[in-house]
Design a protein around this ligand. Structure first.
Ligand code: AR6
Length: 361
């Protein structure tokens, strides 16, 4: 069910279906339409001829021929005429029609371009908002991985108020760290110049994860019983508190889900993590997640900063001001913005790993 934003050429995406932002004739054109027809080969046009065109807001499916996908779902976005001509309703309808076809075609993975945001003139920031909202709503009810493929220049993201606020926070933290002598100065220099080098540096500093006391594997189906053992809302006993100091990541996560009164599905959906990965974590008490996955769950559980630090520690990580990634997450946690898709938009803008599935878990 996760939604991922990626920077790529959609014709290169090895997914079950890619979406084409076509025109009503379905006979090819420029932009992403032209790129898809060129990469798929002339057979695509032949099949399209037989479809008899397509109405705005609707979608039709063809095979994908020489593309690394199985299907191409062609949709026709609205032409932007100022916003007062039903453009948003039609654009939502494009995404919904394509997603319905993807599900009917038993697709597990589907990639969208930003429909209408090129030749059809839809303002990009708005087009992205509509795309994200519509896809998210659909994913609440369906198990599907959706990629939103952004291509070319994405500076429009920098204009968002949220990105500006995050940048201000990063600058503040940097200024504070810079005026205070600090043993981490070598790392600060690293992150200013090369975030990925800093992340690697960070990795070299991680502590070994806390070993779970009980290594007994949790049965996937018997899991509800295990979790039911901790009554919700009851004050933990001293014995329970002592046991918690030794909890591993998986155990801590499951306890927090209970304490927050959430269901597993609510939690992994909010974390933008797919069901398979969650089952893996759930059934393996020694599971070692990646740092973005830990943050994804911290956000899903709406943890505050000390709670997030505790969860990170269970997986052998710590928040570091040497890492821009960590500072961005700290900003969202401190301001209580737990919208994982907004966080991912900002992380995407900074070319950082995104939260949720597809991050090497
Ligand atoms: N991969 C991913 N995204 C792409 C690619 C690509 N290879 N190429 C362009 N984009 P547009 P529209 C992005 O103009 O606005 C065609 O002529 C691009 O940066 O392709 O719906 C059709 O035949 C932009 O963000 O589609 C129609 O006549 C987005 O895809 C008309 O254009 C959509 O840009 C449709 O216009």
């Amino acid at each position: 069910m996760p939604l991922e934003i990626v920077r790529n050429d959609i014709t290169k995406m090895p997914v079950d279906a890619i979406v084409n932002a076509a025109n009503r004739s379905l006979l090819g054109g420029g932009g992403v339409d032209g790129a898809i027809h060129r990469a798929a080969g002339p057979e695509l046009l032949e099949e399209c001829r037989a479809l008899g065109g397509c109405e705005t807001g609707h979608a039709k499916r063809t095979r994908a021929y020489r593309l690394p996908a199985k299907w191409v779902i062609h949709t026709v976005g609205p032409i932007w005429r100022g916003g007062g001509c039903g453009e948003e309703r039609l654009l939502r309808s494009c995404y919904q029609s394509c997603l319905r076809i993807a599900v009917e075609s038993e697709c597990e993975t589907v990639a969208f371009p930003l429909i209408s945001a090129g030749a059809y003139g839809y303002p990009k920031e708005e087009a992205l908002r509509v795309a994200m909202e519509t896809i998210r709503a659909f994913l609440q009810e369906h198990e599907l991985t959706v990629y939103l493929v952004l291509f070319g220049r994405t500076e429009f993201l920098a204009g968002k108020q949220l990105v500006r606020d995050v940048q201000e926070y990063i600058d503040d933290v940097y200024a504070r760290e810079h005026t205070r002598p600090n043993v981490e100065s070598s790392r600060r220099v690293l992150w200013r110049e090369d975030e990925s080098a800093a992340l690697r540096f960070d990795q070299s500093l991680v502590r070994p994860p806390m070993a779970p006391r009980s290594a007994a594997p949790l049965q996937e189906e018997g899991f509800a019983l295990e979790k039911a053992a901790a009554p919700q809302g009851a004050e933990p006993s001293l014995e329970e508190l002592l046991r918690r100091t030794d909890e591993g990541f998986s155990e801590t996560l499951l306890r927090l889900i209970d304490e927050k009164g959430m269901t597993d599905a609510e939690c992994y959906k909010r974390a933008n993590v797919d069901r398979k990965l969650f089952s893996k974590i759930r059934s393996n008490s020694a599971y070692r997640p990646s740092k973005p996955t830990v943050f994804a769950f911290a956000v899903a559980l709406r943890l505050d900063l000390p709670e997030t630090e505790n969860l990170l520690e269970r997986a052998g990580f710590a928040i570091s001001h040497a890492s821009k990634f960590d500072i961005i997450l700290e900003y969202f946690i401190k301001t209580g913005n737990f919208d994982i898709f907004e966080i991912n938009e900002v992380l995407f803008h900074y070319d950082m790993p995104l939260l949720g599935s597809g991050v090497g878990a």
